[in-house]
Write a protein that binds this ligand. Structure first.
Ligand code: SAM
Length: 230
């Protein structure tokens, strides 16, 4: 008699790991229900809401990197920012457009399918770049390219608001857990750290993954080199 082998069970924390399970970002958003996306909090990131409401960031031109369901892009548009929201997955951009339309912001946000490593935005055009969970998904070899590109699109004194998985999240599947030192090594040449604190990644997961929340400001030296280049 033939014995039918059952497929191996997925580890319980595979919720961190939908990219590996589905094979591509586009497939993740095509195959999963939006409410099941581990990063989908159903609304904007609370740290972003606090930052915007604090008035510490001047209202201007924002780019939301790896926008996913688009909640942060909606939050920024509602606060008066002119928002470009990009994602590598066309299916994510469709979801984000649907969510923006539901929020009454159907045409206010410029949604584009783009790779953050090859942003089409000209140099010195964004005052604020928002990244909740995109940078930590990149391959290690691409991290320096990301830092250069984001520095390039920011205006002098522009800010990057970065949320990544942190070393305080137990090891396992899913995004890279950054140490404080790794983030400082990657960003310190081009950015000042204005804030560096612990956070959590809100969404359907329990316990909530531990993050670092970093507010970075483009350094004056970068201002000078951008001017020369421009
Ligand atoms: C963990 S999800 C976070 C989504 C969203 N920022 C949020 O907080 O709900 C990471 C997102 O980054 C997108 N992404 C991954 N690599 C990318 C790349 N190289 N360029 C643009 N988007 C990318 C994925 O498609 C996905 O939507």
């Amino acid at each position: 008699m033939l014995k039918v082998m059952s497929s191996p069970q997925k580890p319980p924390d595979s919720i961190h790991n939908p990219l590996d399970q589905h094979g591509s970002w586009d497939a993740v958003y095509r195959d999963m229900r939006p409410d099941d996306l581990p990063w989908n909090a159903g609304g904007p990131d609370e740290d972003l809401v606090r930052l915007v409401e604090s008035g510490a960031i001047p209202v201007g031109r924002a780019i939301d990197l790896g926008t996913g369901p688009g909640h942060d892009a909606v939050c920024l548009a509602k606060a008066g920012f002119k928002v470009l929201a990009v994602d590598i997955a066309p299916s994510a951009i469709e979801l984000a457009k649907t969510n923006a339309k539901s929020a009454g912001l159907g045409v206010a946000i410029d949604f584009r399918v783009e790779d953050v490593l090859r942003l089409s935005s000209p140099a010195s055009t964004a005052t604020f770049v928002n990244d909740r969970g995109c940078f930590h998904e990149l391959a290690a070899k691409d991290r320096e390219t990301y830092v250069r590109r984001i520095c390039d699109v920011l205006v002098p004194g522009g800010h990057l608001f970065l949320r990544t998985f942190s070393e305080k999240e137990p090891p396992g599947p899913g995004p890279h857990r950054f140490t404080k030192g790794e983030l400082e090594d990657l960003f310190s040449a081009k950015f000042h750290f204005m804030e560096f604190k612990d956070g959590v990644y809100d969404g359907p997961q329990t316990p909530k993954p531990k993050t670092y929340v970093c507010l970075l400001q483009k350094k004056a030296a970068e201002v000078r080199s951008a001017r020369k280049a421009g």
